[in-house]
Design a protein around this ligand. Structure first.
Ligand SMILES: [Zn+2]
Length: 184
């Protein structure tokens, strides 16, 4: 159940769920949503008051998450720049894959929601997410190597990561950095 209260002229919405908890619990998720769980016997007014009493904490937490996501969504390259950069990286890494009998792929670009890149090995096509303009160079390099490696290993098996490690030994670090990028 969504409840709305006002703290210092700011409307705060929270999701109230009745659960078998002792009294009232409040949790703020990184996306800024506020979840409150309360025991059924706690009156609604007491729950609102409890949330109000946490006002300072809530406002501080929401600010922190807001700043964090703003910070993460900084654009580094223009769309033209990122496309050019990716094409250059593809040419740079290709010799390693040419040796393994891989034909030079068709490179495509698209704005994608759930993936940074995509490899259609049977068609010889690599597609890169233009949102990589939000990623630092080392992460873009990782994505390029990751997608090229799919020509050797189609899935994300241990074999795949063994192959990837040959051209990108610090793939784990780079993948972690990539996960911290939030685009709005
Ligand atoms: Zn993959």
């Amino acid at each position: 159940m969504i409840r709305e209260i006002e703290i210092n002229n700011t409307k705060i919405r929270y999701d109230l769920q009745y659960k078998k908890v002792k009294n009232i619990n409040l949790r703020i998720k990184p996306d800024g949503s506020i979840n409150v769980s309360a025991n059924r016997r706690v009156p609604q007014k007491a729950i609102d008051e409890f949330v109000m009493s946490k006002a300072e904490f809530i406002i501080r937490a929401l600010d922190k998450y807001k700043n964090k996501s703003n910070e993460a969504s900084k654009q580094i390259y223009s769309e033209t720049e990122v496309k050019e950069l990716i094409l250059n990286l593809c040419e740079k890494v290709y010799p390693c894959f040419e040796k393994r009998g891989i034909k030079y792929p068709t490179i495509k670009f698209r704005k994608m929601i759930s993936q940074w890149g995509n490899c259609r090995s049977e068609k010889g096509v690599l597609t890169f997410n233009t949102n990589l303009m939000y990623a630092p160079l080392e992460c873009i390099e990782y994505v390029v190597l990751h997608e090229f490696t799919h020509f050797l290993q189609p899935n994300h098996s241990a074999k795949f990561y063994n192959e990837l490690a040959k051209t990108c030994p610090d793939w784990k670090e780079k993948r972690k950095k990539l996960k911290d990028i939030h685009i709005r």
